[in-house]
Design a protein around this ligand. Structure first.
Ligand code: NAD
Length: 489
């Protein structure tokens, strides 16, 4: 598949003849190349998806369900090569890559179970003249624009419910992580979906992504990425009033109360911040500790963070891989510098790790910052990397006020042994999800998405399926010969 993309059920070169390389974040080595798609390539993929839509949307639900189960089965059987490819292009440790592939398969299994189980409604008219039948129908071709941090599971979050509802897809992966998405597309084609039901066009966002926005043949855009890019996508979708889901950035607060199980919370903070090298949309990005437990908690967390082994994701024993790109690392370095310039102190880390093995990769040490000023960039912007600012608060009211003082509203967590306190805090946090005594773990069966500038619409769960339908109402009046409608002649 070197230098190719996947369109109409086949491997293809770019019409422009160009390709681009994909590099390993742990070493800078080239791990593959893919086609540099043009607008014309994207148009051709949209045509393929439109053609496939005719067949797929009329495929009986039971067969659609079986095809989705087959996808899950084939993906599970190929977890080894898929996970290895994901580590090589994205950088995450192999165990995390395997669980990401598993989550892709799980999303297909979940939506396979929902195909044909949707229920419409019959609404009697209040005047007694008859009734409306309310039905759901697929939108058509969906443009799925993906980020690099979870390239495979986030493809599944879109493609699985979208296919379940009868739509077809043109997927635009992030330019630094196209390889595993292409492998997944080939498996989808082999599992019995019509050719062209899921196309993957690789290439720049401003070209391939722009065509998905501009082309009237695309009915919906499902986007995951940065909030600023999301704003452009929203503007671009306005021209044809495209349906839209936006899964954007976050700055999740984690609040640890004085009655929390500290051991559990230390584990949660470590997993919640340093998984995927801190590059998760929903992850612990600001830690608020009640004063009375702050010292003890920080000491235990620092000990844990110091023991994180940084290395190549394919090496056994690696807990945390490199950052995805040198540019992402610079952004985190700038934020840590800014915090330090305003008085923060690194309690752990705060720079690049040493050693010849790590010199060529985009590595950054797991970092814990104390004494952080609330005006620091790390407190006010999304920190997409392995650095965690710690703040002390006197009580829950202060914690909630601080937690909500952000334009983001994706995830959040509260740690306490008092269920009433947990519930009241969860009700007051302005975020799409609040985990109680747990780090952020998304589930196929639970709707996920953001409040405020973290997004628009929901993915996953039954609600996620709804975002791939149009609602159609059909009026059925009782027949009355010679009926007049009220116009005065
Ligand atoms: P990004 O916004 O830079 O890129 C996302 C995708 O958009 C890429 O495929 C890119 O090529 C494409 N793109 C860029 N400009 C475009 C344009 N003008 N028109 C069309 N497409 C364009 O995001 P990223 O750096 O890949 O991902 C990291 C971000 O994603 C973080 O902010 C993270 O929080 C967010 N994220 C959110 C969720 C969620 O579910 N809310 C999940 C994962 C990541």
């Amino acid at each position: 598949m070197d230098g190719m993309m996947f369109v109409g059920g086949q491997w293809r070169k770019s019409g422009g003849g160009e390709s681009f390389q994909v590099k390993n974040p742990a070493s800078g080595a080239v791990v593959g190349s893919v086609a540099k798609g043009t607008r014309e390539d994207a148009r051709s993929a949209i045509d393929s998806a439109r053609e496939a839509f005719r067949k797929w949307s009329e495929t009986p639900p039971i067969e659609r369900s079986r095809a989705l189960l087959k996808v899950a089965e084939m993906v599970r059987a190929s977890v080894g090569p898929l996970a290895k490819s994901l580590v090589l292009e994205q950088g995450k440790p192999l165990g995390e890559a395997k669980s990401e592939i598993g989550s892709f398969a799980n999303t297909f299994e979940y939506y396979a179970g929902l195909v044909g189980r949707e229920r419409g409604a019959q609404t009697p008219l209040s005047t007694g003249e008859g009734y409306f039948i309310v039905t759901k129908r697929p939108i058509g071709v969906v443009g799925a624009i993906l980020p690099w941090n979870f390239p495979v599971s986030l493809m599944g979050w879109k493609v699985a419910p979208g296919l379940a509802a009868g739509n077809t897809f043109v997927v635009k992966p992030a330019s630094t992580t196209p390889l595993t998405d292409l492998m997944a597309a080939e498996l989808l084609a082999k599992s019995g979906l019509p050719a062209g039901a899921v196309n993957v066009v690789t290439g720049p966002g401003g070209v391939v992504g722009q065509e998905l926005l501009d082309n009237p043949g695309v009915g919906k855009i499902a986007f995951t990425g940065e909030t600023d890019t999301g704003k452009k996508i929203m503007e671009g979708s306005a021209k044809h009033i495209k349906r839209l889901t936006l899964e954007l950035g976050g700055s999740d607060p984690m609040i640890v109360c004085d009655d929390a199980d500290l051991g559990l919370a230390v584990e949660g903070a470590t997993w919640g911040r340093f998984r995927n090298c801190g590059q998760s949309c929903t992850s612990v990005k600001r830690l608020f500790l009640f004063e009375s437990i702050s010292e003890e908690f920080t000491k235990r967390l620092a000990e844990k963070v110091r023991s994180i082994r940084v290395g190549d994701g394919l090496q056994s024993g690696t807990h945390m891989g490199p950052m995805h790109t040198a540019e992402q690392r610079s952004k985190v370095e700038d934020m840590v510098e800014d915090a330090e310039a305003r008085g923060a102190e690194p309690l752990v880390g705060g720079g690049r790790p040493g050693g010849p093995d790590l010199a060529r990769g985009n590595f950054y040490s797991p970092t814990l910052l104390g004494g952080v000023d609330y005006d620091s960039r790390i407190a006010t912007e999304e920190c997409f990397g392995p650095a965690l600012p710690v703040f002390e608060v006197k009580d829950l009211d202060e914690a909630l006020e601080r937690a909500n003082d952000t334009p983001y509203g994706l995830g959040s967590s509260v740690w306490t042994s008092d269920l009433e306190r947990a519930y009241s805090a969860a009700e007051r946090i302005e975020a799409g999800t609040t985990w109680v005594n747990s780090p952020p773990i998304s589930r196929a069966e639970v709707p996920f998405g953001g409040f405020k500038q973290s997004g628009f619409g929901r993915e996953l769960g039954v609600e996620g399926l709804d975002y791939y339908y149009e609602t159609k109402s059909i009026q059925v009046l009782e027949y009355e010969k010679g009926k007049k409608w009220g116009f005065p002649i």
